[in-house]
Every structure is written in C-alpha cells, then in structure tokens.
Design a protein. Sequence first.
Length: 360
Amino acid sequence: MEILPAIDLRDGKCVRLRQGDYAQETIFSDDPTEMARRWVNEGTRWLHLVDLDGAKAGRPVNHEVVRRIVQASGVKCELGGGIRDEAAIRLMLDDVGVERVIIGTQALKQPEWFREMATRWPGRLVLGIDARDGMVATEGWLDVSKTSAIELAKLYADLDLAAVVYTNIANDGMMQGVDEGTIRDMIALTELGLPVIASGGVTTLRDVQRLADVSREHPKLIGAIIGRAIYEGTIRVSEAMSVVGATTTSSDPGQWTYPDWQIEGDAQFTIDGLREIASAIINTTDLRVQLDLFDEGFARVNVFREDMKIGEVYVNRTNEPSGRIYAIYYGEEDDEFHSAEIDAVIGVLTACRTRFPDSE
C-alpha cells in the first residue's frame, strides 16, 4: 500500500480546500516544488497533484507548475483536475511527464470517450470518483449527479485502469477521520476487481493503520492520499509509510528497502526496552538517538548525526499479538558517513528484534 502526499495547486500555490469549497482555502506554500521535495525527503514514492484551477476551467491551468514538480521530485506523480479531452491527456502524459492522469467528470458525462481513452492508454488513466452521500460529484465538486459511485465504477470494471481514486467529499479537509461507511464503499470497489486509492479524511496514524488493516484483507486497496494532515502536522509522511510497511530512502526511492518482521507470540512492547536499545546500540561518538512514544505500543527511535536525522526505526505493537518493525534511512548514498549510518540504523533495527525475542 502506497502513501501519496497531496499537493493541490491554485494560482501556482500549494493550497488545501475544505470539502472542495473554493471559498474555504488555506495557502500552505508559495512554492509547490519545494513542498514536493519535502515529501520526497520523507520517503514517498508517489505524489498526488490536483490542478484546482483546471478543475474549474475544464482544462489544464497549472501544468507548468506540475512540470517543475515532476522534474524536481524525481518520483512518480499522478494528476487530477481539468483532464477532459484527449489533448489534455497527451499534454500531461507525453509532455509534462506525469505517470497517470485522473479523470472524473468526463468519465460520467462521456462514457464512450472514457472507454476509448482508457483503451488507448492502458494502465495510465485513473477513474476519479468524488462522492457526496454516495453520489458522484463533478465539475470540481461543484455539481452532484444522480449516479452512485458504485454504479459508475461498475461501468468500467473491465478496463485496464491504473486505479480508482475514491473521495468522500464530506470528509475531505475536515480532519475528522475516515468513516466506516467510506471504508465499506472502498471495499465494494475492490470487490469489483478495481485497484482503489483512498482519499479524504485521513487525519491520524490510526486512520492510516485502519486503511492498512483493510488493505491486508483487501489487497486491491493499494494506496491512501493524505492532504491537510501532513500540512498541519498530525501525520508525518515517514510515519505513515512506516505504518503501511513502505520503507525507503529519500535519495533514491526504492533502492534501499529494509526488511520488516512479524512479531508473533507474547513478546511485549515496553518503553524501557527501547530505552535500553537507545542507550546501548550507538557506539559511534558523532551519532545519537532520541526516543519518541506516540501511543501505547507505537514508538520511534530517531538516529541523528549532530543535528541531522539520518534514520528512524519504528516499533508498531498496536495490533497485539502481531506487529511490525520498520526502518527508514534518510542519508545520501555518496555521503562520506553513508556506510556507518546504514550500520547504525540497521543496528537499531536488529536490536529491536533482539529485544523482542519472539520476533521473526
């Protein structure tokens, strides 16, 4: 399951709306490219981009900003907003360089056209289903149709789509969590055989954990988009990736992936046990550790060189009796400290496993 940080673009800035309402806008950055780099530095492998101006105008508006994000981030990007004709698809996929485009309005209004485009670009189109009370909303969420989300998805279940992005507008930007009704809708979509990406309402790590649990039972739930929560600081991208088991480096996403171990049996999480690790594992004089306890059974060991964090190890015991241990390394491969830093992070990872002897 992937974590996709959201970057919503309006007037060239990084903003967030509440429930898709253009009158309820918060500007988080004047430099979306720098914001993209921030999420990449926390380890993401995908970015979810939305051209809010394009959604209203019915055509790409912020495509040059998107181009800069694609070039600067070095990770795969998907884009929604204003993709309503073949020219827009070609522009974004062939020229700007996004990996896939999200189409919502035209999939509802011109089903034959959408089928033709999906056949022409297999695996590159995402069906965007934005729903209010289970009914599909279009035109940048400004209009609500009489077609249900499940009904629309059934029309295209036979196509080679990259994914379905399902958004409950009532949850989006409200920082109120992901409700069980939305989860049931997403499960129903996966049961059609469609890959599904959750969007809207992801507010805390508990929401991420809930979606990860659903994904394990329904593997077609392949991702979660997180927006306002990462901008307001209730979730860190690196923490969310750790919860879902996606571990990577910022310098070359996907190159360094460390194993995670299932904890079986009666091994008990203890904060004292992690303190022992923190005090004992690091012998290099210029490296230090710091321990954070997020919740009962969920902690992070931070590894620093001077004031720079170079790695994290998570112990997640929130789902007794099983749990996971993850590592993320942030250093650069060509850094002179690279080898020692990896050894330190792996050392913490190994120590965590040793401290919980039932881990395998």
